[in-house]
Design a protein around this ligand. Structure first.
Ligand code: ZN
Length: 156
């Protein structure tokens, strides 16, 4: 596939997630609720997480953000529901490296979120892409289930 067609495909998937986000809303039963913002862009996210026996049983987000932050939150929820806390933290670290333009080995584990790789070319947008993942890390930190693993999210 030509690079330009690949770029178009990525753009379309990102657009789909930003206009019709997955898992947008609130949970009836959440164990953690995090609000976080990205002052450089004005994005605000409220993330609700339901952690059960060390597994991310469910997650939902609301708030007001740009298309990149909204698409990233949608992609993040798809990638981490049903994952263990350790798996979610590892995925977050992979995502953080990916959007900083670093080579990663298991980007397919990120699902659609891997399509945000192109954000690495736009440093001002990296914080838009990582906002939802940082909120997730904070939720894991506050749950006490993370055993300090969540610090991996804050390396950037
Ligand atoms: Zn933004």
């Amino acid at each position: 596939m030509a690079i330009s067609r690949l770029d178009n495909l990525y753009r379309q998937v990102i657009l789909d997630h930003s206009t019709k986000p997955h898992h947008r809303g609130t949970l009836t039963e959440s164990t953690q609720t995090i609000e976080m913002n990205n002052p450089t862009c004005g994005d605000v996210i409220q993330l609700e997480v339901s952690l059960k026996d060390g597994v991310i049983a469910d997650i939902a987000f609301s708030g007001d953000g740009c298309s990149i932050s909204t698409a990233s939150a949608s992609m993040m929820t798809d990638a981490i529901i049903g994952k263990t806390v350790a798996e979610a933290v590892a995925l977050g670290a992979t995502f953080s490296e990916l959007v900083q333009g670093k080579a990663v080995e298991n980007e397919e584990a990120l699902g659609d979120a891997a399509m945000l790789q192109g954000v690495s070319k736009y440093p001002a947008r990296i914080k838009c892409a990582t906002l939802a993942w940082k909120a997730l890390a904070q939720a894991i930190d506050e749950s006490g289930d993370g055993h300090g693993l969540a610090h991996q999210f804050h390396k950037e």
